[in-house]
Design a binder for this molecule. Structure first.
Ligand code: PEP
Length: 245
């Protein structure tokens, strides 16, 4: 039985004043049967880890370098995320793929760096609007899943997040049928590659999830939770999403 996961991605938002939001998520996380994760900006990670200490909320990074250390100005390593108190790291978010030209091979290398440091990799995949409109969604998602997921991936060290690029931060959400089609495809692909162990991976949906649409999305087959951007910044919204799982 896969536990549901509500994962927040604060992106480039938040200063220490925003840590109060984490406090306001604690009681919902404590009473719910759902795993809760907030991926903060790197500058907040250590403070966030202290802020959630003793509660079931986990914290993580939004990216890591594939290398362990070295001359990579501005980057952070998986070991640094671990050292700051993180347990997870997002890899291959579409904003990284677009803004920083990250390929599937780079995403796989970053995910391996996560495993080497005992972090769970939240590997993001998803099609652009143009790819969706030209009928290439499953091809694109299949290629990204194959190329971004290391052979060492398991349901314990990896979460897959399906995030249609056109739904991120836009308020546009695929139909429930479209979400179900892709999630079923991801599950089948994981089982083809990893055997029965493919059933252990949690597959999150991401893209304009809000308290008002969370319940219907979470009822779709093979949706094991959500990766949430904008609606994870405020406890009021994120608590509604946790409660819907
Ligand atoms: C995201 O950044 O991963 C995301 C899904 O953003 P939003 O929820 O704001 O669409």
């Amino acid at each position: 039985m896969r536990r549901k996961l509500a994962a927040g991605n604060w992106k480039m938002n938040g200063t220490k004043a925003n840590l109060a939001e984490l406090d306001a998520m604690k009681s919902t996380a404590e009473t719910d049967q759902t795993d809760v994760l907030i991926c903060t900006p790197a500058t907040l990670l250590s403070r966030a880890a202290d802020a959630v200490s003793g509660s079931p909320i986990a914290v993580g990074g939004q990216d890591c370098h594939a290398n362990a250390s070295g001359a990579h100005t501005g980057d952070i390593s998986a070991a640094m995320i671990k050292d700051a108190g993180g347990s997870h790291v997002i890899t291959g978010h579409s904003e990284r793929r677009v803004d920083h030209g990250e390929t599937d091979a780079v995403v796989a290398a970053k995910s391996e760096a996560a495993y080497a440091n005992d972090l769970v990799a939240v590997i993001c995949i998803g099609e652009s609007l143009e790819e969706r409109e030209s009928g290439k969604t499953l091809d694109v998602v299949g290629t990204q899943l194959a190329g971004s997921t290391p052979d060492a991936a398991t349901g314990a060290n990896t979460v897959i997040a399906y995030e249609p690029v056109w739904a991120i931060g836009t308020g546009k959400v695929p139909t429930l049928e479209q979400i179900g089609e892709v999630h079923d495809f991801i599950r089948e692909t994981l089982v083809e590659r990893f055997g029965d162990a493919g059933n252990d991976f949690r597959v999150l949906y991401g893209g304009s999830v809000k308290p008002s649409n969370a319940s219907e999305i979470f009822a779709v087959s093979n949706v094991d939770g959500a990766l949430v951007g904008g609606a994870s910044l405020k406890a009021n919204d994120f608590n509604g999403i946790i409660a819907a799982l």
